[in-house]
Ligand binder design. Structure first.
Ligand code: NAD
Length: 350
């Protein structure tokens, strides 16, 4: 999306080796399918439990399967013949989802245990797992002026209830499948990812998409207010989707990172109020802010310490927030217009 130098990736992968991508009806894995397809990989199998018409993206020439990967038999079918497996399937959403549906979040352990065992039995060469910054100790995230989180901050463990603990345990599976069984596993801890073709309505959306939608709705209806969850002082960093998929590729093809969790996120900290101001600027409108102090907000502050990724990959996510948010806003605005006109838009409802 901008003219940054793309780092080289050392892939030991032939163009017709089978790549399996799980969770591909969703946001990040959908973008990853497109990314590998556009690089010229000719055999990609994309899998999601949602029926195909509900996928955010369907890329031509890709084998799309609708399978529930929390079932062992489906996980075995999914990885058959694969050389690399990218497991991004999870029952998840923004704070509104992960604070209300902890059981659903914890049950993603079924996907991860079946997928890693099936991948091991299938003799795959590389296995990628999408972990999360929610695996970090919440005690270190009580102040909006946070110290950025480095990889060692996950232990002693006090992860986000439900979702974060599941990620931490699934990371451990990846570590032990390498230590005991010699399967090359790779673990990225994503920090808030945003961009086009993600969830923007329905209850699973995250702050950047939610802010865009609220501003677009206000412009459309003539409303003068915007409701913000919490006091707006919470801080986060946000990574653009293009950086995320490139980061996944770089991490999975770096042997120095085998079974080693690594941050994949932006280190550019912004408050929720700052994010709202940016979206208002993009939308060309100023709204009166109402703060819902009862709404779920998660930890007070969270940022990614990128010392390790810079050291190993000589790269870090670097799309400026205003550029990424402009692209995201434009895409959501078009979705909004299409939906209003009665066209078919995909919304992942709770
Ligand atoms: P998403 O909800 O858009 O995509 C996840 C997909 O997994 C969905 O399409 C869902 O239908 C699918 N899925 C759920 N259960 C399944 C099952 N049993 N079998 C097959 N498919 C199933 O979410 P996303 O934002 O694309 O997240 C992808 C991964 O990245 C997840 O593991 C998530 O925990 C992780 N992550 C995302 C973020 C973020 O900011 N988006 C941050 C940290 C970690």
């Amino acid at each position: 999306m901008n003219d940054k130098q793309t780092p080289d990736v050392n892939r030991d992968l032939k163009k017709d080796d089978l790549i399996v991508i799980a969770g591909a009806g969703g946001f990040i894995a959908g973008a990853l399918v497109r990314y590998f397809h556009d690089l010229g990989f000719s055999r990609i199998r994309a899998i999601d439990k949602k029926p195909l018409p509900h996928w955010y993206q369907q890329v031509p020439g890709v084998e799309n399967l609708s399978l529930d990967l929390s079932e062992k038999v489906n996980a075995i079918r999914a990885v058959e013949g694969a050389v690399e497996v990218y497991n991004l399937a999870a029952d998840m959403g923004g704070m509104g989802f992960i604070e209300r549906f902890r059981v659903e979040c914890l049950r993603s352990i079924l996907i991860n245990t079946h997928m890693i065992e099936a991948s091991y039995n299938a003799g795959i060469k590389r296995y990628f797992f999408s972990s999360s910054a929610c695996a970090y100790n919440t005690e270190l995230q009580k102040d909006p002026n946070v110290r950025a989180l480095k990889e060692s901050d996950a232990y002693p463990a006090m992860a986000e209830r439900g979702y974060g603990w599941e990620k931490l345990l699934s990371e451990m599976f990846c570590e032990e499948y390498w230590a005991e069984r010699g399967m090359k596993t790779f673990i990225a801890r994503f920090h808030n990812v945003y961009g086009p073709y993600g969830t923007w309505d329905g209850g699973r959306e995250k702050a950047p998409a939610a802010m865009c939608r609220k501003v677009i709705e206000a412009k459309d209806s003539g409303a003068t207010e915007i409701i913000i969850w919490g006091d707006g002082h919470q801080t986060r960093s946000f990574m653009y989707i293009d950086d995320c998929v490139l980061g996944i590729d770089l991490i999975t093809h770096c042997d120095e990172l085998i079974a080693t969790p690594i941050n994949l996120g932006s280190s550019d900290l912004v408050s929720i109020n700052g994010l709202v101001s940016l979206v208002e600027k993009i939308g060309g409108i100023k709204l009166e802010r109402k703060y819902d102090l009862e709404a779920p907000t998660g930890v007070a502050g969270r940022n990614s310490d990128n010392t390790f990724i810079q050291q190993v990959l000589k790269w870090e996510p670097n799309t400026p927030l205003d550029i990424g948010m402009q692209a995201t806003y434009s895409w959501i605005e078009q979705q909004f217009v299409d939906r209003k006109a009665g066209k078919n838009t995909v919304i992942d409802r709770l």
